[in-house]
Design a protein around this ligand. Structure first.
Ligand SMILES: NC(=O)c1ccc[n+]([C@@H]2O[C@H](COP(=O)([O-])OP(=O)(O)OC[C@H]3O[C@@H](n4cnc5c(N)ncnc54)[C@H](OP(=O)(O)O)[C@@H]3O)[C@@H](O)[C@H]2O)c1
Length: 353
């Protein structure tokens, strides 16, 4: 059966937390898998680190291990490069992979700012390779169901407000200055780390369209800064039709289990789990006075939904995803840029991008 599925051979760049989650999920046995994923090679700052990563997260597998990222780009057996490094390295990692003719799936936030992202997409267009921001939340079946209920079935009538929060107590004070959560040169701050998910839900909840066709909201934002890094961000997206998205992130406190509420003229939806990882949602209809709960089904964390979609797109000869197209990454980063312009968080690379 798996022989009929499209196959992708992945080269993993960076052996940190997110790469460990990603490879774990891709290795899971799934009856409804739409593609076959092979972890072909691991690229790390050191071979020892790469070996330890394989022993811990890919037991029984033997991918090629490189003590550099260049090994991945040069490996003829790698079809696609997964980039799991801090935000500040995404642009160069993407460009290096693209120049080597590889397809790319790059972690969120895709770049430090919209200008960097545009540079990457221009390179991808010139080379004709597939590139996508790994905004995995958009690929969850639950997320797709919510979008359909909101925008096609109008389950809560006309949407009026969206509240979304992503807060984690990251004990920032205890971290060293080189932590990606503390160093502005690595893209530190809640906005690119967690706030990007709130902007995502704000956009998905507000508008049926994505990318260039979507409406452009006005943005009002404030940030709490410590040593120039935001430990809290609050933003309001105000749409031309009066709809508001109220979006907050923090590295000091924790989000409640309902991380997002979408209110309409005929009811509301509460979404539960983590802001990146919805596990259930409930639709309350004020029209019929009833509620219905939807729950996620699937093993692991859910990274395979985006990975399967990427494999199907590449097999179909596409260079962009319809669910997370280039214009949508640019739109999101444009909003993050404006929030930082108003809030005051700057990255040294902003001046040179
Ligand atoms: N989708 C999600 O739910 C999710 C969750 C967490 C993070 N992320 C995203 O994934 C990316 C990485 O986050 P993470 O939490 O996995 O980070 P992490 O644990 O610190 O790992 C990042 C890896 O990047 C490599 N790296 C290269 N230069 C580095 C430098 N100067 N400082 C630190 N690491 C460096 C290192 O791998 P080697 O030494 O092996 O080269 C390191 O292990 C970020 O873009 C983040 O936003 C996404």
């Amino acid at each position: 059966m798996s022989g009929e599925l499209p196959t992708l051979r992945w080269g993993i760049v960076g052996t940190g937390l997110i790469s460990s989650w990603f490879v774990h999920d891709l290795a899971l046995d799934r009856e409804d898998a739409k593609a076959r994923h092979i972890i072909q090679a691991i690229g790390s700052s050191s071979v020892d680190k790469g070996k330890a990563f394989v022993e811990k997260h890919l037991p029984g597998q033997s991918p090629t291990i490189y003590g550099s990222y260049e090994g991945i780009y040069a490996d003829a057996n790698v079809d696609i490069v997964y980039i799991g490094t801090p935000h500040a390295f995404h642009k160069q990692n993407c460009l290096d992979a693209i120049n080597a003719g590889k397809h790319v799936l790059c972690e969120k936030s895709f770049a430090l700012n919209a200008k960097e992202a545009q540079t990457v997409f221009d390179a991808a267009k010139a080379k004709g390779v597939f590139v996508m921001e790994a905004m995995w939340t958009r690929f969850f079946p639950l997320t797709r169901t919510i979008q359909s209920l909101l925008h096609k079935e109008k389950a809560i009538g006309s949407i009026h407000r969206i509240f979304c929060d992503f807060a984690m107590d990251q004990n920032i004070a205890s971290l060293g200055p080189e932590s990606r959560l503390k160093n502005p040169a690595l893209g530190a701050g809640t906005l690119l780390d967690t706030g990007v998910y709130c902007v995502t839900w704000g956009l998905l909840g507000s508008d049926a369209e994505i990318g260039e066709k979507a409406q452009k909201p006005e943005i009002i934002a404030k940030q709490t800064l410590v040593d120039g890094v935001d430990i809290a961000t609050s933003a309001v997206l105000l749409y031309p039709n009066g709809r508001q998205a109220i979006l907050t992130s923090s590295s000091i406190v924790k989000t409640k289990s309902v991380f997002c509420t979408i209110q309409g003229t005929e009811g509301y939806i509460d979404i539960e789990g983590y802001t990146s990882t919805p596990v259930s949602f409930t639709v309350y209809s004020s029209k019929v006075g009833s509620s219905k709960k939807y729950e996620s089904k699937g093993p692991g964390m859910g990274f395979y939904w985006e990975a399967d979609a990427v494999a199907l797109d590449i097999a179909a000869g596409k260079t962009q995803s319809e669910i997370m197209p280039w214009a949508e990454t640019i739109r999101v980063l444009g909003i993050l840029d404006e929030i930082r312009r108003q809030g005051g968080a700057r990255f040294p690379q902003d001046e040179t991008a």
